[in-house]
Design a protein around this ligand. Structure first.
Ligand code: ARG
Length: 578
């Protein structure tokens, strides 16, 4: 089982060594997919400069030393000195066959790393908004993919469960009582709970005073206060978990690692930074100043780690967080799947932590920047009244709209089955829309587009795999049985499909390296399109020979496995029928 590009690279590299001497044996063979052949090797162009010779001559010498008869049908020199490489059909067929015998579908196991992934991270007693939806969906796809690649993924849900607002939230909960309908709001409409507390805080000096005192006893670890605080967190957890189970993300209570977890470490963080001379007092606050971070008029931007009132903030917590992830979790990479606007914050926190010696050379913090989700007006998605969109309502609407589509397309199915499919399609469509564009770009949230059965959408891919399943049903063949068939390649569409199948593993590996789930979406979309061309040219169940039928069914079995596995890595369901 092999990545053709990788194997060709090895072969061309050996040829370089053989042709020009050992000092060339690690030169980049520059293999790229090509329009004119399967791949092209562009090494001759750069080498010609180094050797002071004509590129075409260099190319000819590479060909002379290239040992690739077992996998290439044709090696041709073209243009200024490109090597056009065309694979042998029997080699592609054998590789596709090997793919079917590999439970990992050609995906390599990578050297195991410890990878904490900070994602989702909603705030207690606040509505999860579409921004949180996107970090949840992208983070979960990365967690699934990195785990599949063999890494030790440690999910870290850095919920906002600490800080000054908790004074008023606790007092409000005490006022209304923890079994009141107002308290129930925390489970269904947390923003309403927050707004009610805030209104009291702004409207009543007596309440505001209580709230401020409450923050002090919370910080001081007063047991009675902590008890109410824990109740508040419990109620909020119910809300988060409802969203997570609707989305079918892999986060559990065990992955909660919120801001409160670092509370005891904040004083030490400040002390150590002060002792190291990294933090200094400025206008009453304890600050870190870093080179190269300047605002307007060249004024240095401080990272404030202790406010003038003695309180610690978001940055202090994140300093403790990166130290914990580097030291206790022994992270190789630490992913922060968080909105792009927080980039400056993270860069300053990490640089400070590095300077303090908390983040060793081998630990790489990475901000997987999440772009905004926009409304059709090009602004951050909100309701018409200007309020942030409630996530559960959004998801319900997606399922409702998907029901309409399923009802229209499949009137033959019973209502229960249709409802089941609608859920998988509706939720899948929303998730896929978050994943299919590169994570750092903004995109416009548009139900019609994400639910369309054409284009790079969730439903299109779900349909592609459902269609494969229906071929097997119609033919009365189980996919597992078909997967045992011999593969032969005749038609171009068979060849293209088989070659595309070999790209799955390398694509998954790339997603793990570059942290870009949209590459997997793009790959699956190409595969689905290739399948359509394949059906047009290659009848499967009605193929003219038994051998062809078996081979085509085997290709279909491989395509089905890859689509299902690929969607699973993205966290999107693969309905049995559609
Ligand atoms: N709770 C934050 C928010 O809603 C996100 C936290 C991201 N993670 C972190 N380590 N700062 O914006």
């Amino acid at each position: 089982m092999a990545d053709p590009q990788e194997i060709l690279a090895q072969r061309v590299q050996s040829a370089l060594g053989a042709a020009f001497g050992p000092e060339f044996a690690d030169a980049d063979p520059v293999i790229r997919p090509s329009q004119f052949a399967d791949f092209q090797a562009n090494a001759a162009l750069a080498l010609a400069k180094r050797l002071g010779r004509k590129p075409r001559e260099v190319a000819a010498q590479i060909v002379e030393h290239l040992d690739a008869d077992d996998l290439c049908r044709e090696v041709e020199i073209s243009g200024p000195g490109f090597l056009n490489l065309t694979l042998r059909d029997d080699w592609i067929a054998a590789q596709a066959r090997a793919l079917l015998d590999d439970a990992r579908l050609g995906t390599p196991l990578q050297r195991r790393q410890n990878i904490p992934i900070d994602y989702s991270a909603p705030n207690v007693a606040k509505e999860m908004h579409v921004g949180h939806l996107r970090t949840t969906v992208v983070g979960d796809a990365l967690a699934r993919t990195l785990e599949f690649l063999g890494h030790n993924v440690i999910r870290q849900n850095h919920v906002g469960d600490w800080g000054t607002p908790f004074g008023m939230l606790i007092e409000h909960l005490l006022d209304v009582g923890d079994t009141s309908p107002e308290a129930e709001l925390l489970k269904s409409d947390p923003n309403a709970f927050y707004q009610a507390a805030k209104a009291k805080f702004d409207g009543s000096e007596e309440f505001a005073e209580r709230a401020r005192k409450r923050v002090v006893s919370l910080q001081a670890g007063d047991e009675g206060t902590l008890e109410i605080w824990r109740e508040l967190i419990e109620l909020s957890k119910a809300y988060f978990n409802k969203v997570y189970s609707t989305l079918e993300v892999t986060l559990t209570d065990g992955d909660l690692a919120g801001e409160s977890m670092y509370n005891d470490m904040l004083e030490g963080v400040c002390q150590e930074l002060e002792d190291l001379g990294l933090a200094v007092m400025s206008e009453g606050a304890l600050c870190v100043f870093l080179d190269g971070y300047t605002g307007r008029e060249g004024k240095p931007v401080p990272l404030i780690i202790r406010k003038s009132d003695g309180g610690y903030g978001y940055a202090t917590t994140d300093l403790a967080t990166i130290r914990y992830r580097a030291r206790e979790l022994e992270a190789d990479r630490v992913l922060y799947v968080v909105g792009a606007p927080q980039n400056l914050h993270f860069r300053m926190v990490w640089e400070t932590a590095r300077k303090a010696g908390w983040v060793p050379e081998g630990t790489e913090p990475i901000h997987v920047q999440i772009g905004n989700v926009l409304g059709s007006d090009g602004k951050i998605l909100r309701t018409r009244s200007g309020k942030p969109i409630r996530l559960m309502e959004l998801l319900d609407e997606a399922v409702q709209r998907a029901s309409a589509v399923v009802e229209e397309n499949r009137p033959d199915l019973d209502a229960g089955t249709r409802a089941h499919i609608a859920r998988e399609v509706g939720i899948g469509a929303v998730k896929y829309a978050d994943l299919s564009v590169s994570h750092d770009t903004e995109y416009v949230f548009d139900f019609d587009r994400m639910l369309a059965l054409t284009g790079n959408t969730g439903p299109y891919l779900q349909y592609a795999q459902a269609r494969l399943r229906s071929i097997f049903r119609k033919g009365g063949v189980a996919p597992e049985e078909a997967a045992a068939g011999a593969i032969t390649i005749g038609e171009k569409a068979e060849r293209d499909l088989a070659l595309r199948l070999l790209g799955f593993g390398p694509t998954v590996a790339l997603v793990g390296d570059n942290l870009e789930p949209h590459r997997l979406c793009g790959y699956l979309f190409d595969l689905a399109q290739e399948l359509t061309t394949f059906y047009e040219h290659c009848p499967v169940l009605t193929a003219d020979t038994e051998e062809r039928r078996a081979s085509r069914l085997a290709l279909c079995a491989a395509a089905l496995r890859i689509l299902v596995q690929g969607l699973d890595l993205l966290g999107v369901r693969a309905p049995e029928q559609m």
